[in-house]
Every structure is written in C-alpha cells, then in structure tokens.
Design a protein around this ligand. Structure first.
Ligand code: 6AU
Length: 250
C-alpha cells in the first residue's frame, strides 16, 4: 500500500549537498528520475549506450572495474557526452573498508575515481569516519540492498542511516523503502519485463518504487542495456517513472 505521508515535491526538498542540488535540477529540467546502470564490459559499448540513453537520464551509473579496456581517454570521451547531454557520472564502487584503504581505492589505481566521478556509492559498515575520505563527490550510502536474503534488516538499516545522516558528504541513500526525509533516495531493482534473475536480484516496477516507496531516483540496468533498442526503452522508463512520480504527488 502507498505510504500515507505525502511526498515532498523534488523542487521543495531541502537538499544540502551541491551534487544533490545539481541532480535535482537536471531531473526537473529533463522531467526524468531515471538513472541507467551501464553494466557493460567494453568502452565501445558503454560510449554507445551513453549516446543512446543520455537525453533520458539524470545520471549514468558505472561499474568501471568490469570494463576490459578502461582508460582515462575513455573517461574524457564519456565526460564529453555527459556534458553535452547533461547527466552526471555515478561510479557504483560500493566501498566497504577502513578510511585509509577507501581513500587509496578512490584516488589511486587505474580508475582514479575521485578525479572524474560526480557521485559514488559506499557501504557505511566501517563507520562515519571512513566516509571522510570522499571529497568533491556526492556519496550515496548503501543502507538496504535489493537482493534476496540481504543482511540489511531493519536493525542494520537504522544503524546505517545514522551513519549516513551524520556524514556531511552523503547526499543520498540506496534503499528499497522511504528511509530519510533529508537524503535523496535511490532505488535499484527496477524492471518492467521481469521480476528477478536467477542470482538473487528482485525487481519492482517504476510505479511501485515511485508511488509505493516514494523514491526519488530509480536505477535500471539490464532492463535498458539488454533491450533491443536502449534509446526507446530508456525513453519509456523515463516517461513511466516521471508519470508515476507526478501521480505520487497528489
Ligand atoms: O537492473 P539490473 O538488475 O541489471 O542492475 C541493477 C544495478 C546493478 C547493481 O550493482 C545495482 O543496481 N544495485 C545496487 C546499487 C545501485 O548500489 C544496490 C542494490 O541493492 N541492488 C542493485 O542491483 O548495477
């Protein structure tokens, strides 16, 4: 059943984080609450997908460590597309270590995430101070996961939320329910043609996450990049997501 509390419209949200504000501005301008997850394994596929879905998304989510031929040239090309089509780059690294290690993973190695990402995901399992190392970026804290059997029960979610809400660089959370009034909510596990995979993923519809969970942004991976026509399908998710958001306001 939909929550009884009314949703606060995006333009009235009190967003503190500058990256959160940028994301909301893009959403209102494009009438989109869609983030495409580009879980493809070559830079050619990724750049093609970025061109195809770019007009319809507020951000493109990446797992750069699955890309076979990653390079900084690729990042430069991707940044050009992001600028032209006005979307943010969101690295789904899901950091989960002590601050010092996370700092190295964030700044060093071959990905140099801190030099290009607008947003990143991080677990909060190592506590608030571990998050301090993420500078010049919007942190999206994982407080609840979408998969069957996840350990993120109510107790975990409450504790994780405390950490997320006290870290000033956290702009939002990943969860499958409304958890916070102050942070933006991001919900993965969205697909209109299937209810799950055989590896534990569980899917909801755009309607369900927008009207039921009052999420701010839905994240769609295989539903878009594995479709026959990613551009058309991204546009379809965009209109379904925005219509469900508008319906959830009244
Ligand atoms: O639509 P899919 O199932 O193809 O892809 C979902 C995307 C993947 C996951 O790594 C990610 O969303 N994800 C996350 C994120 C965004 O952090 C958390 C979670 O609980 N479930 C989930 O699927 O790139």
């Amino acid at each position: 059943a939909p929550p009884e509390v009314k949703r606060v419209p995006l333009e009235q949200k009190q967003i503190q984080h500058p990256v959160g504000k940028r994301l909301v501005d893009i959403a209102l301008k494009k009438k989109s609450n869609l983030i495409a997850s580009a879980d493809v394994i070559t830079t050619a596929e990724l750049l093609k997908l970025a061109e195809e879905v770019g007009d319809h998304v507020v951000a493109l989510k990446l797992h750069t460590d699955i890309i076979k031929d990653f390079s900084m040239d690729f990042i430069e090309n991707l940044k050009k597309i992001a600028k032209e089509k006005d979307f943010l780059l969101f690295e789904d690294r899901k950091f989960a270590d002590i601050g010092n290690t996370q700092e190295l993973q964030y700044k060093e190695g071959i990905y140099k995430i801190g030099s290009w990402a607008d947003m990143i995901t991080s677990h909060v399992i190592a506590g608030e101070e571990s998050l301090k190392v993420f500078d010049n970026v919007g942190v999206v804290a994982i407080v609840e996961m979408s998969s069957k059997g996840t350990l993120t029960d109510d107790y975990y979610i409450g504790k994780a939320l405390n950490v997320a809400e006290s870290a000033p660089n956290v702009m939002g959370v990943v969860a499958q329910r409304k958890v916070s009034d102050d942070l933006l909510l991001f919900t993965p596990g969205v697909n209109i043609s299937t209810s799950g995979d055989n590896k534990g993923q569980q899917y909801n519809t755009p309607e369900r996450v927008m009207r039921g969970y009052h999420t701010d942004f839905m994240i769609v991976g295989r539903g878009i990049y594995q479709s026959a026509n990613p551009k058309e399908v991204a546009q379809e998710y965009q209109s379904l997501g925005w219509a469900a958001y508008e319906a959830s306001l009244s």
